[in-house]
Design a protein around this ligand. Structure first.
Ligand code: KG4
Ligand code: ZN
Length: 353
């Protein structure tokens, strides 16, 4: 017998994502993005994102249902991102999900965006073995997690003390004069650069930091170092010459992925995990994927990274987590739940106390 058809809804930032998953298999999805409306501001403007979700939600829902060859009457349960994210943006998804759940008389779970990033990998590679470590690298978060059990056993091993990895990419892009969102832009610029032309700081990797901050990150140092380099090479019109830009982008990308992969492998050793999952928008980065594969192979670890389109925000990851929650028979979230912009990664699904 087949399991429940779970509708997933994601509106935590600038992507409106809707998808349907049954038994861990993605059966249809649709995505709308307001990213282009934020470009001229150099970052996501919450009011614009919320308005765009409002306009995009119903058409995106219908596109996802069409892609799945399903109708609303086929939906057995709903999962919606309850946090973390932008309050107004989250509220649009939560309100839409509540209305649908009420109208269809199906259970609704408010779920965690960060855990959903990890769950996205199950769509590509099947159930996660117990006792894995997840490196979560997004625009707002950079954490190492012990995933004893997906969906309910997630422990925080360490996190960034300042900027998230994606945020560092976005800020460095801005310093280099590249548009938002900066990650893919910096990565593309790095291709023609020399990774070892400039050596940039690796935060919290000194022996004195390893005991206390072994699983924590800091990217503010590398960002400041890039800022100084950029100031030194700018031409009189304020532009960074192409060759210098490529070398700085490559050196920066290398510094970030070096620290991320080294600490992730160490975390696996520390907790005795034999599988590393890498999730979140920055997991789409080509050099991160390459270096993680290399280092995990030499450490005897299995590495799982979703395909790039499942790394950045989407509805499929939320439906994937919803599907795992549904199969466990976890009761619906209390009907009064709201959006929680600061929801902790240790709360995969909102439950009654
Ligand atoms: O997970 P995500 O889509 O949204 C959040 O939950 O934050 O992550 C977005 C972040 C942005 O900072 C973006 O610049 C970064 O992921 N990103 C990348 C790449 N693609 C997206 N960073 C580096 N390389 C990439 N290819
Ligand atoms: Zn995300």
């Amino acid at each position: 017998m087949s399991g429940p058809l779970v509708l997933g809804i994601e509106t935590s930032c600038d992507e409106t994502g809707v998808a349907l998953v049954r038994d861990g298999v993605l059966v249809g999805e649709a995505l709308a993005s307001s990213a282009e409306e934020h470009v001229r501001f150099g970052g996501v403007i919450p009011e614009i994102a919320s308005r765009a979700h409002l306009e995009a939600f119903v058409p995106t829902l219908h596109r996802a249902l069409d892609a799945a060859g399903a109708s609303l009457a086929d939906v057995d349960a709903i999962a919606v991102t309850a946090g973390p994210g932008l309050a107004g943006a989250l509220l649009v998804g939560v309100a839409a999900a509540k209305a649908l759940a009420l109208a269809l008389d199906v259970p609704l779970w408010g779920v965690n965006h960060l855990v959903a990033h990890v769950a996205a990998d199950t769509l590509a590679h099947g159930p996660l073995p117990s006792g894995a470590v997840a490196l979560l690298v997004s625009g707002g978060h950079t954490s190492l997690l012990a995933v004893d059990d997906l969906p309910t056993g997630v422990r925080l091993l360490g996190e960034t003390l300042d900027d998230a990895a994606g945020e560092a990419f976005d800020k460095v892009a801005r310093l280099l004069g590249l548009p938002y969102p900066g990650g893919p832009q910096v990565s593309a610029a790095a291709v023609s650069g020399d990774r070892s032309a400039v050596r940039l700081p690796r935060g919290l990797t000194a022996p004195k930091d390893r005991a206390t901050h072994g699983a924590d990150f800091s990217f503010s140092g590398v960002k400041s170092a890039v800022s100084r380099l950029v100031a030194a090479v700018r031409d009189p019109s304020g532009r960074v010459p192409a060759a210098a830009l490529a070398d700085i982008a490559a050196g920066f990308e290398e510094a970030v992925v070096d620290v991320l992969t080294a600490k992730a492998v160490e975390a696996c050793r520390a907790v005795g995990a034999d599988t590393l999952v890498i999730a979140g928008g920055v997991a789409a980065n080509r050099r991160l994927r390459e270096l993680a594969a290399e280092r995990c192979a030499s450490a005897g670890l299995a590495v799982r990274i979703p395909p790039p389109r499942l790394c950045t925000d989407n509805g499929a990851m939320v439906a994937a987590l919803g599907s795992l929650v549904a199969v466990r028979g976890i009761e619906a979230s209390p009907s009064g739940f709201g959006a929680d912009p600061a929801l902790s990664v240790t709360v995969p699904v909102l439950r009654a106390r």
